[in-house]
Design a protein around this ligand. Structure first.
Ligand SMILES: Cc1ncc(COP(=O)(O)O)c(C=O)c1O
Length: 452
């Protein structure tokens, strides 16, 4: 009897998820509530998660490398965060009024993040970005924003260009051309092109995913941070870092604290609440954030930036955010996660090399590692840590096959297996099993002629 294919094994092993997905499609249009959870041939349905582990409806245990979209550097259900949530549940989760914990929470963020002279809480990263764009436009009196190719910034209409080719077309139907006509998309790391785009002095903000596109898939040359800072300052444009993933992961104060370049504005999310849903904030320099102040009637009605949100800075998010950020603050979780990522990166690279499969595993200097399978025209010219090759292809068929094979071997990656978010709580055994599973997945993908 022929050996079952990867897809056949996936369908058999995850039959409970398959059944739920088939039912879900009858109620939820694409069967999943987030575009990125769409998986081939169907997504897995999970029941619980703890530490580095996650369990599906069929009782399968996985080592998790999506970590709640990258926020969970302390793993799932950290006991200190869970206890903070439990205690707060009894006291109340939303007062429709400022909560007692708001200042302590904001104070920790202010200490950690260099740009955070002032903080406005939102309910998601997407909202933080949306408010940041509005603020940049109001403060500068300019309309245009600049983004970089392949950078992701959530679902707000104005930033739905740039993430995918063709870069000038929104990734979504229903986004009016007028919503994106003031968004320019540039290649990363090109000083002359950036300067040319800023020269007219009509750009409100340069927006940057702070470790590079999709958490470093296409990285930023270390010297380019200062270049962006100098050029934006020269032409009166705000520098806006999206640190929604990197904020409390790249370092406790994000990329900006690590590279020593302070942007004018920063969007934060995920870890800011200890990964409690409702995670978001726009933070920035005091003079810019003063656009939110109430002043006289004319200012309030025609100039100030308005900001609403029923659940803004609610006590549940504040309690878990305080508990989480206090643990993050001493930098140990970042160091542990980075060390784990380097071990994984090197071990996975060895698996590619042993099988003479062309490719590279790299980590952009932090705890998110990326797999590139294929030849690279920059081979031999780069440090294999930060990848600035913007032309490399990551075919979804290969990403899906890698995801399926990893899942069959007990590893839960995002639904394309190219990116792994490593935490401080992945243990040595987790890492070794993952390296083994990666090798096994490559073997099967060669057997099934997905890789040559
Ligand atoms: C870089 C970046 N910006 C913005 C967002 C949007 O955040 P949210 O999903 O909280 O709306 C994300 C989410 O993954 C992100 O990774």
């Amino acid at each position: 009897m022929a050996k079952p294919t990867t897809e056949e094994q996936y369908a058999a092993k995850f039959s409970g998820s398959k059944a739920l997905f088939e039912n879900a499609e009858e109620i939820i249009p694409r069967g999943v509530p987030h575009d990125a959870w769409q998986a081939s041939p169907f997504p897995l349905f999970m029941t619980r998660a703890k530490g580095s582990r996650i369990w599906d409806v069929d009782g399968n245990e996985f080592i998790d490398y999506f970590g709640g979209h990258g926020g969970k550097i302390l793993g799932h259900a950290h006991p200190v965060v869970v206890n903070a949530a439990k205690e707060q549940l009894d006291k109340g989760i939303q007062f429709g009024s400022c909560c007692d914990l708001m200042l302590e929470w904001a104070g920790i963020i202010q200490k950690l993040v260099p740009a955070a002279e002032r903080i406005e809480f939102t309910n998601s990263g997407t909202e933080a970005v949306m408010l940041g764009v509005r603020l940049a436009r109001a403060y500068t009196g300019r309309k245009k924003i600049i983004r970089f190719q392949y950078h992701f910034a959530g679902g707000y209409d104005a930033v739905t260009v740039g993430y995918k080719k063709p870069f000038n077309v929104s990734v979504s139907g229903g986004v009016l051309p007028s919503a994106v006509e003031d968004t320019a998309v540039l290649p990363m790391n090109e000083e002359a092109i950036l300067e040319e785009a800023l020269k007219n002095r009509d750009v409100a903000a340069v927006m940057v995913e702070a470790a590079g596109a999709s958490s470093g898939v296409v990285g930023i040359k270390p010297s380019f941070y200062q270049t962006m800072r100098d050029l934006t300052a020269r032409y009166g444009t705000l520098l806006f870092f999206d640190e929604i993933v990197t904020g409390f992961r790249y370092s406790p104060g994000g990329v900006q604290a690590a590279v020593g370049v302070t942007p004018d504005l920063t969007s934060l999310g995920k870890g800011i609440t200890g990964n409690m849903p409702g995670a978001g904030a726009i933070v920035g320099k005091k003079n810019i954030m003063e656009m939110f102040l109430f002043k006289d009637e004319n200012w309030n009605r025609y100039k100030r930036v308005s900001h609403f949100g029923t659940f803004n800075a609610n006590p549940l998010c504040a309690a878990t955010g305080i508990a989480y950020l206090k643990i993050i603050a001493d930098g140990q979780p970042t160091q542990d996660a980075n060390r784990n990522a380097r071990k994984l990166r090197d071990g996975m690279q060895r698996k590619l090399d042993e099988r003479e499969i062309p490719g590279c595993v790299y980590d952009s200097n932090f705890s998110v590692i990326h797999v590139y399978l294929g030849e690279c025209h920059l081979q031999g010219q780069c440090d294999r840590v930060v990848c600035v090759n913007a032309e490399k292809e990551r075919p979804s068929g290969i990403g899906e096959a890698l995801y399926q094979n990893l899942a069959l071997n007990g590893i839960k990656s995002p639904t394309r297996g190219f990116d792994l978010f490593v935490s401080a709580v992945h243990c040595q055994e987790d890492l070794e099993k993952t390296i083994w599973a990666f090798g096994k997945s490559l073997e099967t993908m060669v057997e099934e002629k997905i890789l040559s």
